[in-house]
Design a protein around this ligand. Structure first.
Ligand SMILES: [Zn+2]
Length: 489
């Protein structure tokens, strides 16, 4: 096959490797509209599984789904000063409809705070109506100049949670809680460890009081902002007159939060786990967990191998697990294609386990299981193949998370980091650098200018160094916080 051409290696050109992997694993394709992408079934299947699990986790924490319109009156965006300043440069605006110029232009939502809090203002009268805990699954549009498949596209899919609370404390608790939900999902399901913490003023969401983030390290040692939660304070409530009668009989503005993750996570999964053979998918999120490749030469062998393969498929497909449901199995019985070519294709597509079965295996009542993550082979008896496969998949899920965690820690730098060292690291292999910061925006801006590294977060306590840095890495003034520096997507 002509397409057997090897992938560019990660070491040679990580960015080229990423694009080739996304395209050749058939996750997504370029669209006729610049900056947009088409998500293909193999990519959408991963997103669907992400969506399903996150949706369960949102509902378990008391949220309900709703849907708000794609169009937002342009005047809404102007009601919150910081919000419009942050989003105006990247909004798409509809000026005509039905052949006529509109009285008021409509913005295509870049995010839905404005329209959602305008509606909340209608629905909330009393403290008894609070908290209001809503999530929506939607598409949004942000007119980005430089786009990358999954990581940054003009239109993308996401969820946005929006909540209203009676007290500041409850809103803060909600923003922190949802950050924890995101982290549990990213680590437990994507096998992608993250560092959590608070954003500095310069990286805060437009209109928020505080923004929290999950930051993951990709294999080029750059950070991916994988999910954010915002404590919006009363900023939007004041802009949209979202008031309620308090329990004490007074009137107060509600306290809001919003939080979101997007199809960017699919890109994060690729860049966390992929290798030079292509995609590797954590089993929990793989649309197909196991592919059966039957091997035969003669017609006589073909009949009995296929029969055995179908039997194995039936056994495995009926295998039910507590957390992840029925095993998702595919039998690749395509004719006229050598087993080696099939192996190559399924490895590229990141199917977690391959099951090979040939005439001699049938004679011996056995088959061979090959792990995609480390390519280790093991022969197992067909009598216990269900248990063996289920065990193997859950082991892989753990092993992939541990491997990603160890890689991140091996590329994290702590302690007394000099500015020269920081600059050298950012010009070279990259890293997560934990270093002191004086809290001044000018040091943050200068470092960004000189090294392209930004403060990803001021990390939560469990991620901070045992010994807190005492000096700002840039100006040597007293440090007011420990900051995580990295180049980012
Ligand atoms: Zn400083």
């Amino acid at each position: 096959m002509a397409e057997d051409k090897k992938l560019t290696t990660r070491a040679a050109d990580f960015s080229a490797w990423y694009n080739e992997t996304v395209l050749r694993a058939e996750l997504a394709d370029y669209s006729p509209v610049r900056g947009c992408m088409v998500i293909r079934p193999r990519g959408y299947g991963i997103w669907e599984r992400m969506q399903r699990q996150l949706d369960c986790m949102f509902k378990d924490t008391g949220h309900e789904n709703a849907y708000f319109p794609l169009f937002i009156p342009e005047s809404f965006l102007h009601k919150e000063a910081q919000h419009v300043e942050g989003f105006a440069p990247e909004v798409a605006v509809v000026t005509h409809g039905g052949g006529k110029k509109l009285d008021e232009p409509l913005v295509i939502r870049p995010t839905s705070e404005t329209i959602i809090y305008a509606m909340f203002a209608k629905w909330v009268q009393s403290y008894r109506d609070l908290p209001l805990l809503i999530n929506q699954w939607a598409n949004v549009v942000r007119w980005e100049m430089r786009t990358r498949l999954f990581l940054r596209t003009l239109e993308f899919l996401w969820q946005e949670g929006h909540t209203a609370h009676a007290t500041e404390g409850e809103a803060e608790e909600e923003a922190r809680k949802m950050l924890g939900v995101y982290r549990d999902f990213m680590e437990g399901w994507m096998a992608m460890p993250v560092v959590t913490g608070i954003k500095t003023d310069s990286e805060r969401f437009a209109g928020a009081v505080r923004t929290y983030s999950c930051e993951a390290m990709m294999q080029d040692n750059k950070a991916l902002q994988a999910g954010t939660t915002h404590n919006l304070g009363q900023n939007f409530a004041k802009a949209f007159d979202l008031k309620f009668q308090t329990e004490a009989g007074g009137v107060d503005y509600a306290w809001n939060t919003s939080w979101g993750v997007s199809t960017r996570l699919v890109g994060g999964l690729v860049m966390t786990h992929g290798d030079d053979f292509g995609l590797r998918t954590p089993p929990f999120l793989a649309p197909v967990e196991l592919v059966i490749v039957p091997i035969w030469r003669s017609d006589e062998d073909k009949a009995r191998v296929l029969e055995a393969a179908q039997k194995v498929r039936a056994t495995l497909s009926a295998w039910e697990r507590r957390k992840t449901g029925k095993l998702r199995v595919h039998l690749d019985d395509r004719e006229g294609m050598k087993p080696g070519a099939k192996y190559y294709e399924w490895e590229l597509r990141g199917i977690p386990v391959r099951l090979e079965i040939g005439p001699r295996d049938v004679d011996n009542n056995q088959c061979v299981l090959v792990r995609r993550d480390n390519r280790v082979k093991r022969t197992v008896t067909l009598d216990s193949v269900g248990e063996d496969v289920a065990d193997l998949l859950s082991m892989m899920q753990t092993d992939m998370r541990v491997a990603a965690f160890e890689r991140r820690e091996a590329n994290s730098v702590r302690g007394d980091v000099t500015y020269d060292r920081l600059r050298e690291l950012m010009a070279g292999e990259g890293a997560f650098v934990y270093a002191g910061w004086c809290g001044r925006a000018e040091c943050e801006a200068q470092i960004k200018e000189e090294t392209k590294a930004t403060i990803r977060v001021l990390p939560d306590e469990e991620f901070r160094s045992a010994e807190a840095p005492t000096r700002c890495v840039k100006c040597a003034r007293s440090a007011t916080a420990e900051a995580l520096w990295a180049k980012a997507y």
